[in-house]
Design a protein around this ligand. Structure first.
Ligand code: KMH
Ligand code: ZN
Length: 275
């Protein structure tokens, strides 16, 4: 089985410091957390930007500072969010792609998201794709529900996207597909042949679904964006603590951990030297 790509979703758009005191918020904190996760074995960091007061922002200047500080510290793949926070406009959300990150997310449809709706109109999705392709930014397709995979299949059939492509199966968002083994097995059965996949289990679903992905040949996303607890009733102390646990599990299960260079090769991202 090929090497395991671990993504650390460091901050997200919704989690607060009140919920998770170790949440990295400032560019400096985010870069420090990214470096700790990279040292632990993460080859991708999924990044959301915040303002100093903790509010989510898609302001390119804030992302630029985060990227610069991460690049000063390590050679991890920096994947920017174009999901942003619920309620942001499409124009706000796509803005950081102008910074030419190696990778950015692309949500493949609308979904209830807790008490909100995470809106992804087909026209906006197509515009995001076109902008990423024009910029040479590799998308990670975010799949919250089965229909979203079928939308991706449609893009493949129309020749709008081609292999290699990489999807993130986000399971356990209230309002979307449940964080269960059955959901994962079904979505896996619907993947375009040859696609690589990561699973991002939300909350208590994170660890069991990550373990399944290690065994099944998928990849794993952990981090405070998706889960703030190390185990039931016990807050995690850092994002890196959760990366450490995945590395230990993978070692026990005989799955090697991907370096950023190996992850770039798997994902079709051009190689780059250390910053
Ligand atoms: N914050 C969520 C509404 C992404 O990063 O691309 C969307 C999200 C997805 O986090
Ligand atoms: Zn995100």
């Amino acid at each position: 089985m090929g090497p395991l790509i671990i993504t650390a979703a460091l901050t997200g758009a919704e989690v607060t410091r009140a919920q998770q005191p170790a949440l990295p918020v400032t560019p400096e904190e985010i870069a420090t957390a990214a470096a700790a996760c990279a040292a632990a074995g993460a080859s991708i960091v999924h990044v959301h930007a915040r303002l100093a007061d903790g509010t989510s922002t898609q302001e390119p200047a804030v992302y630029a500072e985060i990227i610069r500080l991460i690049r000063d510290r390590c050679d991890v793949i920096v994947q920017l969010s174009t999901g942003g926070a619920v309620g942001m406009t499409a124009a706000e959300r796509i803005a950081p792609v102008a910074l030419l990150p190696e990778m950015a997310t692309l949500s493949m449809g609308s979904v209830n998201f807790g008490d909100d709706v995470f809106l992804n109109l087909p026209g906006d999705m197509a515009a995001f794709l076109a902008e990423m392709q024009a910029a040479g930014v590799v998308p990670e397709y975010e799949i919250f529900d089965a229909g979203m995979l079928h939308s991706l299949q449609r893009w493949l059939r129309r020749g709008l996207v081609a292999l290699p492509l990489h999807v993130d199966l986000v399971l356990g968002v209230p309002g979307a597909m449940a964080g269960t083994p059955e959901s994962l097995m079904f979505l896996r059965s619907q993947l375009p042949p040859g696609a690589s996949w990561t699973v991002a289990g939300i909350g208590a679903a994170q660890l069991p679904l990550a373990t399944m992905a290690i065994v099944l040949g998928g990849h794993v996303r952990v981090g405070f964006e998706d889960n703030i607890y190390y185990r039931r009733g016990e807050l995690a102390v850092s994002n890196a603590q959760m990366v450490d646990r995945i590395v230990r599990l993978a070692q026990e299960l005989d799955r090697p951990i991907a370096t950023p260079t190996q992850a770039r090769a798997i994902l079709g991202i051009p190689p780059r030297g250390c910053a």
